[in-house]
Design a protein around this ligand. Structure first.
Ligand code: HSE
Length: 340
């Protein structure tokens, strides 16, 4: 499978590390021969080689600050921009892992549509295109007879989408409720431990958990974007950000957090979607609630189903390698479906 990777930040590099370190095992154990042919970054250059790039070499060049440090070879192009790569690169799958714009979905949305139009599958870590144009993308995939996958967009590497769409197929999911933003859950946990809001946010940024603009995390919009994606994937609804009640964690003080704790409760930023709508709000949860004990960067979602009752999934919700794994799991899934 030839891959064009748009965006080589934490998540894109996480995928490159996994391909570098697990490439041989993926080929022998799963029959996945993944070969990166293109990498496009906004500020650190682009590479395209139809015969494939060396993942370790790309990572070394990025570590040195720019893709210009990738060794020259015959057939290597450095002047293809992301739009040309999406349109013209000889690749089976486009992976979009550039920063999210939840309001326009751009420029990633156009890249995804160009990729479908030129016969590529699309895998997203970028939430923007799905949050604004889920049905446009699924229609484009259907018309092109290609696959759209987006496990990385919700709960990082923890398979929330695949659990709902594949393992729970046959159940009716009536509601999803969860902690979908790692940065705010990390901040709330650190505040419980006595750290100030400002220091906890700075730590989350240093650790690479926060969005490029962290107000997307602390004001609830990142969780809302993920909730929209869940609503579309679970219920087929077209919810928009402006139709959701969204409130972040800026108003919570250490006093609020300590007094909740003394009363056997704790504050969490909870996202909730049903077929009727959605919300993101700080809530005081009883310590006995499964979501209350989800700490740090960990995320969780509870699916309320007709047959099984509540099914709760807990796991890492952010981090480059972890979210890179979700991209890898989508490649494995695409290969499995395409093979049949
Ligand atoms: N900023 C996001 C979070 C990254 O903290 O959850 C993962 O989507």
């Amino acid at each position: 499978m030839k891959i064009a990777l748009i965006g080589a930040g934490n998540v894109g590099q996480g995928l490159l590390q996994l391909l570098r370190d697990k490439g041989a095992a993926l080929a022998t154990e799963l029959g996945l021969h993944a070969q990166v042919v293109a990498v496009a970054t906004r500020r650190h250059g682009t590479l395209y080689h139809p015969q494939g790039l060396d993942a370790a070499g790309v990572l070394d060049a990025l570590a040195a600050g720019d893709l210009r440090h990738y060794p020259q070879s015959s057939g290597l192009a450095r002047d293809w921009d992301a739009a040309r790569i999406a349109r013209e690169a000889q690749a089976d799958t486009l992976i979009e892992a550039s920063p999210t714009d939840l309001h326009s979905g751009q420029p990633a949305l156009d890249l995804c549509l160009a990729a479908f139009a030129s016969g590529k599958h699309v895998v997203l870590a970028n939430k923007g295109p799905l949050a604004v144009a889920y049905h446009t993308l699924t229609d484009a995939a259907r018309r092109a007879n290609k696959l759209l996958r987006f496990e990385a967009t919700v709960m990082g590497g923890t398979p929330s989408i695949r659990l709902a769409q594949q393992a729970l197929a046959g159940c009716v999911i009536r509601e999803a409720r969860g902690i979908l933003n790692g940065t705010t859950n990390y901040i709330l946990t650190q505040m419980e431990n006595g750290t100030s809001y400002v220091d906890a946010l700075a730590q989350a940024q240093r650790l690479g958990y926060a969005e490029a603009d962290p107000s997307a995390d602390v004001d609830g919009w990142d969780a809302a974007g993920k909730a929209l994606i869940l609503a579309a994937a679970l219920f087929g609804t077209t919810l928009r950000l402006d139709q959701m009640q969204v409130q972040g964690i800026r108003g919570l003080t250490r006093d609020n957090i300590f007094s909740a704790h003394q009363e056997g409760e704790c504050w969490k930023l909870v996202a909730r979607v049903t077929p009727e709508g959605g919300s993101v709000q700080p809530q005081r949860l009883l310590i006995s609630d499964p979501l209350a004990n989800v700490k740090g960067i960990t995320n969780a979602v509870t699916y309320v189903t007709d047959v099984l009752g509540e099914v709760t999934l807990v796991g890492p919700g952010a981090g480059g390698l972890q979210t890179g794994f979700a991209l890898l799991s989508d490649l494995v899934d695409i290969q499995r479906v395409a093979r049949h």
